[in-house]
Design a binder for this molecule. Structure first.
Ligand code: DGY
Length: 335
């Protein structure tokens, strides 16, 4: 139990940069996980005993069952922008603040979205596998002929910060016509900056040569792309998912790729990851990466720093930097 003058205790659920652990140690009693062990919910609950804060990496499920076992917990600080591991209603009810790490990963993630689009459209992984297998005997005019990127139509579903950064790359870097679909239409000034035009989801799916998914996950957007939506897409189209697993019906996508209903897909996220649907592993026309869109040392460090800023901000100074449910918590406190 902390004494009156002792530092609050925080838990780091995963291995992280040593400098981040040091930053935390300056303010907190820190339990870290230097061996990067995997903890199930029971182990997480056990380690959270006596902790005021937890540094999370976007996958640790924070729900009513766990929170009921951790009465001292005040804040869960994700180092990711996505926070579908948080049951925010349950956290609010338990008096626990959730925070995420927006902004710092926007450009890096948009770069990766574009890399995945280029690799997918131009069949880079597929052709490299062919070469490495020693199967390249001679050049031919149609070998690994892929889809054009420049000057084509890019459809973006989810036009938050990352979607907008991708739109700018498409319009200004590749001369693409950019159409987008979003929960709500953007201001005219933002649309002009991104050179993007708002359309309905069906029009986007029918007209885009490349469809990029960048929307946050919630149960309301589960299987935004399923068999019916894949049927609307051009047979020559590519689909890129850098958003979250569950936004695409991976089984339906594998079928659409196998039957050439669409030309190709690039996926960084999966339903039930790190498991990947076995049918996706069998089709050649999909580029598969292990959830690395934000993975550069500078960006990952900046994301971790935001989580630390939130823990220090809230537990030491009483104010988090990027809170998710502070208004709901306030409303609850003031009845
Ligand atoms: C995020 O920040 O949500 C990313 O998916 C993690 O890389």
């Amino acid at each position: 139990m902390p004494t009156q003058n002792s530092k609050p205790a925080v838990l780091l659920t995963r291995a992280i940069f040593p400098e981040i652990v040091e930053r935390l140690r300056a303010h907190f009693e820190v339990e870290s996980n230097p061996d990067d062990a995997s903890w199930d919910a029971a182990e997480l609950a056990r380690r959270l005993q006596g902790k005021s804060g937890v540094f999370t990496t976007g996958v640790e499920r924070m729900d009513a069952a766990l929170l009921a076992q951790c009465p001292m917990l005040k804040i869960c600080a994700n180092m990711t922008v996505g926070y579908n591991n948080f049951d925010l209603d349950a956290m609010t009810a338990a008096g626990v603040l959730g925070t995420n790490a927006p902004d710092v990963l926007t450009e890096t993630t948009a770069d990766f979205g574009f890399a995945l689009l280029l690799a997918t459209a131009r069949r880079i992984s597929e052709s490299e596998r062919f070469l490495r297998a020693g199967r390249w005997q001679r050049w031919s005019y149609d070998m690994f002929s892929g889809a054009e990127v420049h000057g084509t139509t890019l459809g973006i579903i989810g036009m938050g910060r990352i979607g907008q950064a991708i739109a700018r790359r498409g319009a200004m870097g590749f001369g693409m016509q950019v159409v987008y679909h979003n929960r709500s239409r953007l201001d005219a000034a933002v649309e002009a900056r991104c050179q993007a035009r708002y359309v309905g989801k069906e029009e986007l799916l029918r007209s885009a040569d490349h469809v990029m998914l960048v929307l946050p996950y919630s149960s309301g957007v589960h299987h935004t792309i399923g068999a019916a939506e894949l049927t609307l897409m051009k047979p020559s189209a590519t689909l890129i998912n850098i958003a979250r697993g569950g936004i695409v019906d991976d089984a339906a996508l594998a079928t659409a790729l196998r039957t050439k209903r669409i030309a190709a897909a690039g996926l960084d996220v999966y339903e039930g990851e790190p498991r990947v649907h076995p049918d996706l592993l069998e089709v050649p026309n999909v580029v598969l990466t292990p959830h690395i869109a934000s993975a550069t040392p500078g960006t990952r460090r900046a994301m971790a720093d935001v989580a630390v800023d939130n823990l220090i901000g809230y537990l030491v100074h009483g104010k988090a930097v990027t809170p998710l449910n502070s208004a709901a918590l306030e409303a609850l406190r003031h009845g």
